[in-house]
Write a protein of this length. Structure first.
Ligand code: NAD
Length: 474
């Protein structure tokens, strides 16, 4: 399948695309109240009608604990809808801006208009949240949308298709199930905007397909998110929060701490504290705990297993966990230290419940270690020193940061969420999501005689002087 093909007639999704495109200008004029009505219908479907089925589908796909489904799948969508409902009127208002003296006689403003027909491609780790979250922003901004969810979580994808069919007209929102072939076929079409959540490698494929039509993109990607624990940190509190952030959804979270960089003097204390918190959350038998998820597919299980085998073959130390069970795709919460730089655990995004511990002697050594790698989606700092915290933030680059916590910056809709370069392009959530799906259209209105008309041709000596005065004074 050639992603660059322009022969759309053979494309199985072209008719659906045309259906959405043909009424796009009408959708764009849909007022605030109608957009809110659509969001309310989506809210009822997720919060009430399909709530139990969502919990069941995620149990089948990922063994996701019920409370985790409520907090990390249902709640983020509902809170995104509530946030849009409270703010959309303000976001949709025309935004007046100043007009320079050189344009005297006119006024200026800009409006947010819908981008048009948008494609949302989503991953499997939070299938509902990462599909319907961006959808809320797309609807709020007045777009029509085709969704392609992940094939890795089939129960969730099938249920999302049912929800979309129940809630929306096909010309507003449609969901297409399928694998890479389906994604490729969709990516051939001339969408106005593509919102992709997934791995950096597939992000590059999406971006080059978008370039064919100069479609704008939002790329929510991943990578290795470091966690620094300096020698002023409260080690027990750090362990409590890192164990939560790392082992939720069995580590299959884009913003989970990928690895820890810790002052060597507190390493042993940190490992002890992690042991305590793992037992508190999941007992000393995490396999039997209802609070612990499983790896999504056999392929991902084998990928993580080979990371561990590689580490062991390089004489790394498994400090905690290390047990695996292929049949149930279970991997225990695991901490690994004494890794050499060549270990795959320190090279590739882990996306599973294995936490490498890397020690450092000086903070600048830790900063240099981070800056040698791609810019991360998140960088976490555990420290009680304001000076150290400021130093780290100033000398690194990342999509987002939590100080003395992890993951939770994702939950504040007042903050832009997204990565930088390899970890992403563009931002989402709240107003930033609305903006991602909108075109900022600039408007200048001429009221009276425009002072700039004095500079129209023919260009006499007087006009040359006037041009010089304009440069100097306006
Ligand atoms: P993935 O990139 O393999 O797949 C994502 C989507 O792209 C799926 O719908 C899949 O069908 C499709 N796809 C896969 N290969 C494709 C191809 N060659 N051409 C076109 N489409 C293709 O990612 P994943 O395994 O589903 O998710 C894990 C990755 O996503 C991790 O890197 C993680 O960090 C990242 N992620 C990022 C965020 C974020 O918000 N930044 C959130 C969750 C996951």
């Amino acid at each position: 399948m050639d992603v660059n093909s322009t022969d759309f007639n053979d494309n199985p999704y072209y008719q659906l695309f045309l259906k959405q495109q043909s009424q796009q200008l009408n959708i764009g004029t849909v007022p605030y109240s109608a957009r809110i009505e659509k969001l309310k219908k989506l809210r009822t479907a997720i919060e009430v009608t399909f709530r139990d089925q969502i919990i069941e589908a995620l149990h089948k796909d990922l063994n996701k604990p019920k409370v985790e489904v409520e907090l990390t799948e249902i709640y983020p969508i509902i809170s995104e809808i509530k946030f849009a409902k409270s703010n959309l009127r303000k976001w949709m208002r025309k935004q007046k801006v100043d007009t320079p003296m050189s344009m005297l006689g006119s006024s200026s403003y800009y409006i947010y208009e819908p981008k048009g027909v948008c494609l949302i491609i989503s991953p499997w780790n939070f299938p509902f949240n990462l599909t319907f979250g961006p959808l809320v922003s797309a609807i709020a901004a007045g777009n029509s949308v085709i969704i392609k969810p992940s094939e890795m979580t089939p129960n969730s994808s099938a249920l999302m298709e049912e929800i979309v069919k129940t809630v929306f007209e096909e010309e507003d929102v449609a969901l297409v199930e399928g694998e890479v072939k389906t994604s490729t076929q969709l990516l051939q079409l001339p969408f106005n905007h593509i919102f992709f959540t997934g791995s950096p490698n597939v992000g590059k494929i999406v971006m080059s397909a978008a370039a064919k039509h100069l479609a704008s993109v939002t790329l929510e990607l991943g990578g290795k998110s470091p966690t620094i624990i300096d020698n002023t940190a409260n080690v027990d509190k750090a362990a409590k929060r890192i164990v939560w952030g790392k082992f939720m959804n069995a580590g299959q979270i884009c913003v989970s701490p990928d690895y820890v960089l810790i002052d060597e003097s507190i390493k042993a204390k940190f490992i002890e504290a992690c042991k305590k918190w793992i037992e508190r959350y999941f007992t000393n038998q995490p396999k039997a705990s209802d609070s612990y998820a499983r790896i999504v597919t056999q392929k991902h299980f084998e990928r993580l297993q080979s990371h561990l085998q590689d580490a062991k073959s390089l004489k790394a130390k498994v400090d905690i966990g290390g047990e695996l069970e292929a049949d149930s795709k279970y991997i225990a919460p695991t901490l690994v230290s004494n890794l050499i730089d060549e270990a795959t655990l320190l090279d590739e995004e882990i996306f599973g419940p294995i936490l490498p511990i890397v020690t450092y002697k000086t903070l600048d050594e830790a900063i240099a270690y981070i800056n040698e790698k791609e810019r991360p989606l998140a960088l976490y700092i555990y420290s009680s020193s304001k000076r150290n915290t400021k130093h780290i933030i100033k000398n690194t680059r990342a999509g987002g940061t939590c100080i003395n916590n992890n993951v939770i910056h994702y939950a504040n809709h007042n903050l832009p969420f997204g990565g930088v370069n390899n970890s992403g392009i563009g931002k989402s959530h709240g107003f930033y999501g609305f903006k991602a799906f909108s075109n900022q259209r600039a408007v200048v209105k001429q009221h009276t005689f425009g002072i700039n008309e004095l500079l129209f041709p023919p260009y006499t000596n007087f006009k040359e002087k006037l041009a010089k005065l304009t440069i100097k004074w306006f």
